[in-house]
Design a protein around this ligand. Structure first.
Ligand code: PXG
Length: 290
């Protein structure tokens, strides 16, 4: 495995970051997770745009332009000779002092790992996930924008632990007002009477790239899609539910807090979206090798 760090490629054993890097000391940095299928990177530009927006929002200068980051991403996949997989880009504030002042970090670091990711077993894509509501709330806008895909994922990690301890496949996260935000690393959607709904970004959801693909598919299928504030009531009373994320792709959810959603089986619209999503990922995206 070859890993990109600041313009050079290293073997896995030698791919190392300083203990004085503020990404490690303070979680001061941002990241992206992107998938590639059949030799093409899916929605590459959207991911790179979000990476730059995340960096801009935390006043982090990546020190490279978008096209250079895109080329580094593609080259990392090429160096590993992969056709299908998952690519993780991390930008840290870089090496600095033992003090959180980011002004004392002269240069940001970018590293890129091309690998594989499996979040849920294949049977969950067939039969659906069970979800539990976590006590840990999604970060509020006033503390750190939940729009920023930052290296501060501790509240999501705490929520994931709660879900695992409950024996559930995923954890539902509410915002401070008790409205539904999203799951620990996925956006959430429901379908009721032929209408798709998902929480608005203002409720604390990440502006997911896969989420935006569902908006495209809904318009392609002529299915109405709305973003109202949502509560657990909406999920309990939904006909269908599914989660989306780069790592998760589109996955049905069939239980919330041990109660069945709809008839407790993945629904027809969810299945149709999954089929079309797989067609899109297999046939569109930025070519890696040409
Ligand atoms: N919400 C959060 C908090 C996320 O971190 C999503 C929603 C889905 O967004 P995209 O753009 O991927 O559709 C994410 C993305 C992991 C992992 O390691 C998590 C994500 C992406 C890749 C890997 O669990 N989450």
């Amino acid at each position: 495995m070859k890993i990109y760090i600041d313009g050079e490629f290293y073997d896995k054993e030698n791919a190392k970051i300083s203990v004085f890097d503020h990404g490690l000391l303070y979680g001061d940095g941002v990241f992206e997770g992107i998938r590639f299928y059949n030799g093409r990177v899916f929605r590459l530009e959207e991911h790179i745009d979000r990476l730059f927006d995340s960096a801009r929002a935390i006043a982090l200068n990546i020190g490279m332009g978008k096209s250079a980051v895109i080329e580094a991403t593609l080259e990392t996949i090429r160096q590993n000779n992969l056709q299908d997989g998952y690519i993780r880009l991390v930008v840290t504030r870089g090496v600095g002092d033992l003090g959180l002042n980011p002004m004392l970090c002269p240069k940001a670091s970018l590293f890129i790992i091309a690998s594989k990711i499996t979040l849920y077993s294949a049977d969950k894509y067939e039969n659906g996930l069970d979800v539990v509501t976590c006590a840990t709330r999604r970060i509020p806008h006033g503390a750190l924008s939940p729009m920023v895909k930052s290296l501060n994922y501790l509240n999501n990690v705490m929520a994931k632990i709660e879900a695992q301890n409950a024996g559930a496949g995923e954890g539902l996260m509410l915002n401070e007002q008790g409205f539904v935000s999203e799951c620990t690393g996925d956006n959430i959607f429901i379908i009721k009477n032929g209408v798709i709904t998902t929480p608005p970004i203002s409720a604390g959801a990440l502006a997911g790239v896969t989420r935006s693909v569902v908006f495209d598919l809904a318009s392609e299928f002529g299915i109405p899609i709305h973003e109202p504030m949502m509560t657990r009531y909406d999920i309990f009373t939904a006909d269908e539910c599914f989660l989306t994320g780069t790592a998760a792709e589109i996955i049905p959810a069939v239980k919330l807090d041990t109660r069945l959603i709809g008839d407790g089986k993945p629904g027809p619209i969810t299945r149709r979206l999954i089929t079309r999503f797989r067609e899109l990922t297999a046939s569109t995206g930025t070519p890696i090798y040409s």
